[in-house]
Design a protein around this ligand. Sequence first.
Ligand SMILES: Cc1cc2nc3c(=O)[nH]c(=O)nc-3n(C[C@H](O)[C@H](O)[C@H](O)COP(=O)(O)OP(=O)(O)OC[C@H]3O[C@@H](n4cnc5c(N)ncnc54)[C@H](O)[C@@H]3O)c2cc1C
Length: 396
Amino acid sequence: MDFEYGAEHEAFRKEFRDWLARNLPPELCLDDPADDRVASDRETFERRRAWQATMHAAGWVAINWPTEYGGRAAGIIERVIYDEEYAASRAPVLPGHMGLNLIGPTIIQWGTDEQKRYHLPAIMRGEHVWCQGFSEPGAGSDLAALQTRAVDQGDHFVVNGQKVWTSGAHFAHWIILLARTNPDAPKHQGISCFLVPMNTPGISVRPLVLLTGHHHFNEVFFSDVVVPKANLLGPLNQGWKVSTTTLMHERHSSGARNPIGQVARLVALAKGLQRDGRSAWEDPVIRQRLAQLAIDCEVLKLTRFRNLTRMIRGEAPGPEGSILKLTGSELGTRVADAAGELLGMHALLNEPSAAVPDAPRWFNRLLAARQYTISAGTSEIQRNIIGERVLGLPKG
Ligand SMILES: Cc1cc2nc3c(=O)[nH]c(=O)nc-3n(C[C@H](O)[C@H](O)[C@H](O)COP(=O)(O)OP(=O)(O)OC[C@H]3O[C@@H](n4cnc5c(N)ncnc54)[C@H](O)[C@@H]3O)c2cc1C
């Protein structure tokens, strides 16, 4: 395998890196781009929306979208370079990331011309921020068990039901909604997908506060919500297929996480931290543990390359998608656990201290890491997929 990038790819990297260096406002930079401590803050959200608009004006959002929809039709390698440079710049996750990475591509695949014309430019500009209304109290891993109903009333549907864990619904302008339209059909066949403005009468949002004390996701209630027929995405009762497009894009983007940057930070921390009268780094058990985590991050990176190679060759995404999601998120929790042990009581402080000035970031990371083993398909579900489709084990 050739790990070198070609000259045209290096030129692309330089172009984006230089643009970020010139345009990214320093006050938006984060130590940890996945840091959700600021996700509940409206002012930061609006500043990030303005940043997305700046990026869009310069042609730096949705670069993988086709040119006819405003993208650059960038290939897989450019997208990888783009993600690498964006993360290295310490820029924050864009507020419209769900629209750009999941919902926009779903509209491109399933939307009418009118839906594409209306929604895609607004998603790119950050004018419309989206949330994903799939999970319900009784439907997560078994999403097709969802109970929210959309009843056909001639020229519109009336929606009643509840969604849960809806990330960003408290700021979102639109929701992509799965609802049951034919209760008599087998459960995967009676579902439809809708595009619904969040300010429609009858929608209410209640915050769910995370273990970290921050507000990232919500419950969303629908009470006699009128949804015009024009807002149906894809054919009636084919919502399962439509949602598969969204979930495929979600799993692909969540598999891209690699905690190697955090391991490097832990090494620096261990070198500066005094434990039992000596630097923590002098403890061979700690060094071995961090070395093992660094090795596992490297293995994860190579597995991702294997997946990308298949995609560049035009082959169907392989089982690596589930392997990446599983190992990436579990590795994230192991890195957080190692941080907890290294920091000892400092990990319990949500305040900077002289010994650990960035203690709040580690505190947050320690409590937040577990969520990635649940979102976009839990670890158990990924193990089932790997067991059944890769190892050929019988269905459990
Ligand atoms: C950070 C975060 C953000 C999220 N954002 C959104 C969002 O924006 N929109 C949205 O719609 N949803 C969102 N979700 C919800 C997410 O998709 C669900 O939490 C996930 O699919 C699991 O469903 P559940 O919580 O209902 O758990 P359940 O499906 O009830 O599972 C409970 C436990 O049982 C295990 N289990 C279930 N079925 C099996 C099986 N067949 N075999 C073995 N074990 C099994 C699970 O692994 C889990 O440990 C988010 C979740 C998180 C954590």
